[in-house]
Design a protein around this ligand. Sequence first.
Ligand SMILES: Nc1nc2c(ncn2[C@@H]2O[C@H](COP(=O)(O)OP(=O)(O)O)[C@@H](O)[C@H]2O)c(=O)[nH]1
Ligand SMILES: [Mg+2]
Ligand SMILES: [Zn+2]
Length: 347
Amino acid sequence: MHEFQKNYAYRPEINYQGSIELLARVINEQKERYTVQTIYGPRPAVVKGKLRYNAASREEFPSVGDWVVLKENNHHDIRIIDELLPRFSSIIRKADSLETHAQILASNVTKVFIMLSAEEKINERKLERFLVTVWESGASPILILSKADLVENPEAIKLEVDQLASGIPVLIWGANREIGKEDIQNSIHADDTIVLMGNSGVGKSTLINHLLEKDVLKTGAVRDSDKRGRHTTTHRELFRLPEGGVIIDTPGMRGFLLWTGEETGLSQTFSDIQILIGRCRFNDCQHDTEPDCAVKEALETGELEKERWNSYVKLQKELAYLERKQNARLAAEEKKKWKQATMRHLK
Ligand SMILES: Nc1nc2c(ncn2[C@@H]2O[C@H](COP(=O)(O)OP(=O)(O)O)[C@@H](O)[C@H]2O)c(=O)[nH]1
Ligand SMILES: [Mg+2]
Ligand SMILES: [Zn+2]
């Protein structure tokens, strides 16, 4: 493997056979103007030709973190992205439920740091939502408890969070005095692509600056309610970490709806509920009026919290809704491609 691939956290699963000089990773995107990292350094790039022609939807355009193939014999300063290599994961956001197209926030992500402030009460419902999104994306979650320097006993808070996030690593981080920096660094490997997720003001940009060991990003978030009317940046950028691995800053990684065709994330986040459902007498139990319903029993005994069950039902409905919509859209895209192909033949 070429040094450049290693430096940019190349995943060997993607078997790239072409010339290394044409391989690049997208490190910056601003309204379809890209910067790609090549073996010669960063270069501006645009999407043209076959990729643009064949792309049926926004998801088929490159996004930060994507590995792409550049066009050969391109003598211009601006390189042309000719092909998108397969993604092994992508973090996707749907701005609102009416939007049919998903927006890819970052591609080929291996780990997502879900940041929670040690100062604030943990919002369990929000945490569940974050976890489902991460599992769906194909990356693995790590919880970071930020602002540990501002609370008296961060270890006690960590224990609480450990309980909520069964089995997911929880790390403590305090920017003042860099509490826990080594643990965070140790959790990042040379082949990792990291993305940070969490409420505005939780300390995402601050952590990136500390990991990069320089002030690259602006910090000191404005409150969400003040943001309205102001131009909120959508600029995303990938940075190489001094100790190996890369990190992607994605402003706007706050609330988002789920987007998926599968329910793997849901069952991983709610494995306790999956087990209960398996114990219902009927395979198609609606957990409503059926006899011997393990879910109802668990709700009655308090083994299963009512809020957790409600959250599961709600997320499940949301996923089913998005799936139906996505299927409708895919059908429309098929039609469009078919039409394009027919037109080509008629020409
Ligand atoms: N004391 C302390 N302050 C922090 C920590 N992390 C972030 N901050 C402060 O919290 C504010 C918001 O941080 P920022 O990184 O911009 O949050 P972002 O919106 O998630 O990117 C800034 O004023 C930071 O200096 C931390 O671990 N400890
Ligand atoms: Mg920020
Ligand atoms: Zn049942």
